[in-house]
Design a binder for this molecule. Sequence first.
Ligand code: XMP
Ligand code: MG
Length: 188
Amino acid sequence: MSTTEIHPNVNRVIFTETQIKEKVAELAQQITRDYKDSKNLVLIGILKGSFVFMSDLVRGIHLPNTNVSLEFMSISSYGAETSSSGIIRIIMDLRTSIEGKDVLIIEDIIDSGLTLKHLIELLQSRKPKSLESAILLRKKEGLKTEVPVKYIGFDIPMVFIIGYGLDFAENYRELPYLGELKEECYKK
Ligand code: XMP
Ligand code: MG
């Protein structure tokens, strides 16, 4: 990628398309290995941030003996802010039962971990056979709660990330790389 293609509001590219592709392929291989004996695997993408990650990840998963289905949930936590409000709202819920099924949550990023923790508690109450999560990015220094994550893409520093599905105030999701948003774009 030439520097001229980088969005002017991106301070630096944190992970290139190639780096992301390799990591997502690795995660997909692990998932393929771990769920080879599963009867029913439900992948739950958390909208909107996970949509690019999810679409790349599922195409790397090969489970010919498993019923693999995709579901989506929409959860709001941030609005246009860049730090956790602690308020989590379900905008769109699942349309099917996950009882007795292996469930894998697909999420773009965890910061405090509060959103994921809340989601795990909610889904656990619906009695899945198993419940794990695959997270592309984790801000380790941001964690405020213990939250178990089986599949992690990258640990990242405490900067605001955009691209590859991640937004700031609904923009930049289309960028093919993961970039650091320039501070002047969100700190007034
Ligand atoms: P918590 O703090 O609950 O936050 O783990 C998770 C949610 O916060 C959003 N988030 C970000 N979104 N770039 C984004 O585009 C970031 O750097 C970032 N940090 C947190 C995200 O929606 C996630 O679901
Ligand atoms: Mg967002």
